[in-house]
Design a protein around this ligand. Structure first.
Ligand code: G3P
Ligand code: CA
Length: 266
């Protein structure tokens, strides 16, 4: 095994904590994750929030389509109980801090990364970017600029990389912020990129675990073209070891603690 892959917590430590909440991200940082992953969506009043689904029904006690709601409304819902119903906790259990279980703005997550006290990577995925004709990307770049992370100075590197299944979205961001690293997510590899090359302007390949399980040679091919390979979503010891064996650069996992322990085992 060469250099160990970095471990990126998918939606936070989302196997044990409610995804995309500060509770899940804190837990991932405490477990020693090298990085955090999040999905971003735009609210009706123009805020970027970390939520995976188009609707809020699965991960909150509210109902409806996120893009039709204002941040204040989203903030009124409970984003934690769906995962760990408070009523089910036994008397000894420490009650979760409700402040850690609110809808999470991207701004607050960026502050968490900035204030972590150690270097942390942040992989931000734009969801359905094509629907808003570039608005998500513009807002994202504006927000990153507030932290100095969209246009890193020469000699410094932004902790952020942006990911998307949409090459168009990545291209838009590259035009606005040429120094920003980008990851093209793939649930299948188009024929023209099976040699490990990527569209112009894309920094890294982001294949699914299924792709690198069926085609482990894809990793070497991407490396020969100078691209790192970041694989999602890697949740078992066996798959973590497979990814490490074939030289994957980053694994994205719901179980960062398990991934780190597996990689650290002799
Ligand atoms: O990290 C990439 C992965 O998150 C893509 O799938 O559906 O979990 O956003 P999804
Ligand atoms: Ca994602």
């Amino acid at each position: 095994m060469g250099k160990r892959p970095s471990v990126v917590a998918h939606r936070g430590a989302s196997e044990v904590s409610p995804e995309h909440t500060l509770a899940a991200y804190r837990r991932a940082v405490e477990a020693g994750a090298d990085g955090l992953e999040c999905d971003v969506r735009l609210t009706a009043d123009g805020h970027l929030v970390c939520v995976h689904d188009r609707r809020i029904d699965r991960t909150s006690n509210g109902r409806g389509v996120l893009s039709t709601m204002r941040l204040e409304e989203l903030d009124s819902f409970d984003w934690g109980s769906w995962k760990t119903p408070w009523a089910d906790l036994d008397d000894e259990a420490e009650l979760p801090d409700p402040d850690l279980l609110k809808v999470l703005t991207l701004e607050r997550l960026l502050e968490t990364v900035r204030d972590a006290g150690r270097p942390l990577e942040l992989a931000i995925e734009t969801k359905h970017p094509t629907r808003y004709a570039g608005l998500v990307e513009r807002r994202l770049i504006e927000m990153l600029d507030r932290f100095g992370w969209a246009h890193p100075k020469i000699g410094s590197e932004s902790p952020v990389r942006v990911m998307s299944f949409s090459w168009l979205s990545l291209r838009r961001m590259r035009v606005m912020a040429p120094g920003l690293r980008t990851v093209l997510l793939m649930d299948r590899v188009p024929l023209r990129f099976r040699d490990g090359s990527l569209p112009t302007g894309v920094s890294y390949a982001g294949p699914s675990l299924e792709i690198v399980t069926a085609h482990p040679e894809f990793v070497d091919r991407a490396h020969k073209h100078g691209h790192q390979v970041h694989v999602w979503t890697v949740n078992t010891e066996q798959d973590v070891l497979h990814c490490a064996d074939i030289g994957v650069d980053a694994i994205i996992s719901d179980r960062p603690e398990l991934a780190l322990n597996t990689l650290a085992a002799p």
